[in-house]
Design a protein. Sequence first.
Length: 278
Amino acid sequence: MKIRIQPFTPAAICALLTFSTVCEARGPWVLDDGQSAIFLTWVSESFDNKWLGLERSEIDEISQNTYWLQYRYGYGDNIEISLTSGYTESEKDNAEKKFHGRADSRLGAKFQILDEYADDSFSLSVEGALIYKGSYDRSSPGNPHSPGDKGNGIEMAFPFAKILGPVVIYGDIGYRWRRDDVPHDLFYSLAVGAGVTDNVSLSLQYSVVDGRKGHDIGDETHNGYNFHRSEEDRDIMEASVSWAATRQISIFAGYADVISGRNTGDSDIYYLGLEHTF
C-alpha cells in the first residue's frame, strides 16, 4: 500500500479506510501493482421505527443481513480494480414473505490523482463503478422490506485523505445514477481515524445519502409497489475499530446509527469483517 507512516500499518489503514460497509466511504489510495486484497464482511441492520416522509412512525421490526465479498487488484502505479457482490436477506415481523438473493453488485475502477508524499499536499482519487441490480424481489403491499432498490446504474466518487501524524482525516463525495425508476443519490462523508497502538486503529465517521427526487411513502402517489421510487435520505454516524493481525490480515468491526432520514428506517447497524492482502 502507498502508506508509509506509523502507528498505522498498511493492513490496518487498509481496513480502516478502504471498506466502510455501511457508508460506502472509500480511501483514496490504491494497491501496489500486482497486489490483491479480499474482504469478507457481514452486515446486520434492524429497525422498528421508520421515517414515512419526514414523520417518524413505529412499525413491526424489519431486519436484514448481508454477506459481502469484495476483491481488489492494483494495476500500475495509480489504478485499482474492484468487484463487490454478496448475498442478502430481509424479513419483517408479521409479513407474508422473506426476501433473499444476490445483493446489488459493483464493478469499479479507481485512479489516484494525488499522493500526499509525492505531491506534498493530500491524497485524492477518482472512482467510477457500474452497478448491477440484485436478484431479490422488490417490496409489495404487505411486504415493504425489500433489502434494496434493485436498480442498475453507475456512480462516480472522489475519495480524499490527509495523514497528520497518528491521525488521518478522510472522506468522499460522489453521485449515483440509477435506472429502473430508482432516484439518483448525492452522497458524501467525512471521518477521522487514529492509531491507538501499532496494530489497532479507531475511526469516527459522519455520512449522508441524499436522494435527489421521488415521492414520500404514504402520499397520494404511493401504492405499495413503488417503494423503490421514493426519495430516501440518510444521515449516519459510524464508529469502527480495526486490528492488523499481521501485515497481510486485518479484522474490523463497526456500529452505525441512522440519526435522521426520509423514507428510511431508524436503523441500528453492526458489521464485522476480515481483510487479506497478498
